[in-house]
Design a protein around this ligand. Structure first.
Ligand code: DGL
Length: 281
């Protein structure tokens, strides 16, 4: 009897620790976060949902983004995920608080880890933020950064960056001049740190680096978010511990073939077996 109970306990524990992590974004961008999580936590199974039917979120209202985020997380919950990562800045800005309140598992966004990384790097406490209109208008970054340390935060929405990246135009003359135009006023403020407050922007890193110069450090929240996931799972004793059982699954709400093709660029590994899920909203 004692032995049976002991075994049951061990099995339960294994079931929970080896449950997958759910990750979602409006489309491809969150794959940069998934890739960082996969590198930091190679034993973890990951389920990704890209809402390709509704992308972009960056120009949509708060209520609409919350509605989509709720539907996606209920899909992920059906897959018995142990933790959810909102791998999208806009959805983190609009839906994190609601999801944290309604779900009974940890929910992690990208804004808090990114803000912490920026504060750690900035010496002069003048920090620039670039992101979608939704993220910038929400003022989530200035709010988070100033909760950690009093800083001067300068923001700039860059709505053309997402379509440029999706088109594969991460470098080149046109991208260069658009980057210059968007960054002009923010660079005049003597910032020493620039947060890439959108999951697409790491793909523009080369062009951004060239334009900000070597005195400005670029912050990509993917690595910091992966570290936050690791710390959280460790704290609640849910880090995966079985080798060879992990899987990576990809779901989208539209166009799985396109996701497979473009997604591989974001994930920096070939993606296959993408399944389409019909959204209600
Ligand atoms: N993933 C979104 C973000 O990080 C960018 C793309 C979109 O606008 O949906 O804000």
């Amino acid at each position: 009897m004692q032995e049976k109970i002991k075994n049951k306990k061990i099995n339960n524990n294994n079931n929970n620790t080896n449950k997958p992590i759910g990750i979602f974004d409006s489309g491809f961008g969150g794959l940069t976060v998934m890739s960082a999580i996969n590198k930091a936590l190679p034993l973890e199974s990951l389920i990704y949902f890209g809402d390709t039917a509704h992308v972009p979120y960056g120009s949509k209202s708060k209520n609409t983004v919350i509605k989509y985020s709720k539907e996606i997380t209920s899909f992920l919950m059906k897959h018995r995920v142990k933790l959810i990562v909102i791998a999208c800045n806009t959805a983190s800005a609009f839906a994190l608080a609601v999801l944290q309140k309604t779900l009974n598992i940890p929910v992690i966004g990208v804004i808090e880890p990114g803000s912490r990384a920026a504060v750690n790097v900035s010496k002069n406490k003048k920090i620039g933020i670039i992101g979608t209109e939704g993220t910038i208008n929400s003022k989530s970054y200035p709010h988070e950064i100033n909760k950690i340390s009093k800083s001067k935060v300068y923001q700039q929405a860059c709505p053309l960056f997402v379509p440029l990246v999706e088109e594969g135009w991460s470098v080149g003359e046109i991208t260069d001049s658009i980057v210059k135009k968007y960054l002009k006023s923010i660079l005049n403020k003597q910032i020493d740190t620039l947060v890439l407050g959108c999951t697409h922007y790491p793909l523009l890193r080369k062009t951004l680096e060239k334009n900000v110069g070597e005195n400005v450090k670029l912050i990509d929240s993917a690595k910091a978010t992966a570290q936050e996931v690791k710390n959280t799972l460790k704290k609640i004793h849910l880090l995966a511990d079985v080798k060879g059982e992990q899987f990576l699954k990809f779901y989208v709400s539209d166009n799985p073939d396109k996701f497979q093709e473009i997604g591989s660029r974001f994930f920096s590994k070939k993606i296959s077996g993408v399944k389409k899920i019909e959204m209600i909203s």
